[in-house]
Design a protein around this ligand. Structure first.
Ligand SMILES: *Cc1c(COP(=O)(O)O)cnc(C)c1O
Length: 388
């Protein structure tokens, strides 16, 4: 399908860029004139500002969210042989980060109402080798900080947050990225705070973790040409940091817009609950930042997910699935030894979920149109069933 026939895209990044185009261009120009492209002043400024906005102290910018997880875990002294617990239903980058850190990933199932990690399942996965748990603040909703801190205390493990979908999310009075020993964020363009390319950051309030991160991202150097650990080359470009810093002040209002859009979806979708269309639950009130708006089509739903998606596409409405195959069943990772049936909830969600268009600038009438198209498709299928 060509772009012309898409009337409501899944995301629209232009709407975020156009209103602040001039100031972003000026910030880029300033970096070009200074020429400090690597580890420049605009990077330092942004790292501090983003950490503060998230309610913590240190920020260390890296090349991607994936690297933020891999290097962040190493900065927390996670070593080969250590076990790290993570949810089976996350973006594969969480898993790749654990593997790059050399640790052993231990998957656990999720809660089917929120899609967040099931901490009672995590408790059962604890062994003497468990060093860390990675709560993924999926879709923009934090895993309960209170329950996480209890969990970490009880089991003597550290918390490493994957906050790649949760910029400025809040719950129980905590900000995403301020709960654990450290946290990883991604600035992939479509995230709630997105760069003009790849980027990521590790946040922490621990000065030792921050210092080790500064070395790990820069060839393991403690000073120029003195390398005290292996490290790599993974830095957030000064140019990207300058762009992100210009966008940061707008993030609260963009998140607020996402929240309002989600409320409208909730209201308009409510009558479809009896037809098996169930929005993922929000257990964190206004602290949910709705990186994605996800519905579940349960067994009572008269229409197959794929057919609904096709009908929406035909109506010019783009949707997504986050994610269609849980990590433990991805071909690349079958050597980890997991199989179908290991995580029933994650596997069921993978078959039932559908992400609807969600981005700042999506209008009320567009939301209405999306829900209207879902209802129409659903009714057409129910009519067919009744006629059989
Ligand atoms: C986007 C994302 C990542 C990876 O970030 P990149 O910047 O694309 O490497 C990790 N975890 C989750 C949950 C994500 O959504």
């Amino acid at each position: 399908m060509n772009n012309k026939s898409i009337r409501i895209p899944f995301v629209d990044l232009q709407l975020q860029y156009q209103p602040i185009q001039t100031q972003i261009e000026q910030a880029i120009q300033a970096v070009l004139e200074k020429g400090d492209f690597i580890l420049g002043q605009a990077l330092k400024d942004f790292e501090g500002a983003f950490a503060a906005a998230c309610g913590t102290i240190y920020g260390v910018g890296v090349a991607s969210g994936t690297d933020a997880i891999a290097l962040g875990l190493q900065a927390c002294d996670i070593e080969p042989g250590d076990e790290v617990i993570l949810p089976a239903n996350t973006f594969v980058a969480t898993l790749i980060g654990v593997l790059h850190a050399g640790a052993k990933p231990i998957f656990v199932d999720c809660d089917d109402r929120t899609a967040l990690i099931d901490l009672s399942a995590a408790a059962r996965a604890i062994t003497p080798k468990t060093k860390a748990i990675i709560p993924v603040h999926l879709y923009g909703q934090m895993v309960s900080p209170r329950e996480l801190l209890d969990f970490a205390e009880t089991h003597k493990v550290l918390i490493f947050e994957d906050a790649a979908q949760a910029h400025l999310a809040k719950r129980d009075g905590y900000g995403a990225g301020s709960v654990g020993r450290a946290a990883a964020f991604s600035f992939y363009p479509s995230k709630n705070l997105g760069a003009f390319g790849d980027g990521g950051i590790v946040l922490t309030r621990d000065p030792d973790v921050a210092e080790k991160m500064v070395r790990l991202r820069n060839y393991g150097a403690s000073q120029k040409y003195l390398h005290i650990e292996v490290g790599t080359n993974s830095r957030l470009d000064t140019l990207q940091a300058a762009v992100l810093h210009q966008k940061l002040p707008y993030l609260p209002s963009w998140n607020r817009e996402r929240w309002n859009i989600a409320q409208q979806y909730n209201t308009e979708l409510a009558p479809l609950a009896s037809c098996g269309i169930i929005p993922m639950e929000n257990h964190s009130g206004e602290g949910h930042v709705y990186h994605l708006y996800v519905i579940r089509m349960d067994d009572s739903c008269a229409i197959e997910r794929q057919l609904l998606q096709e009908k929406l596409t035909a109506a010019g409405i783009q949707t997504g699935i986050h994610y269609p195959i849980p990590c433990h069943l991805q071909p690349a990772f079958l050597n980890l030894g997991y199989e179908v049936g290991d995580f029933p909830c994650a596997e069921k969600l993978a078959k039932q979920i559908l992400s609807l268009p969600m981005y700042p600038g999506l209008s009320n009438s567009q939301v209405q149109e999306v829900v209207g198209a879902i209802a129409l498709s659903l009714n057409a299928e129910r009519q067919k069933l009744l006629c059989i």
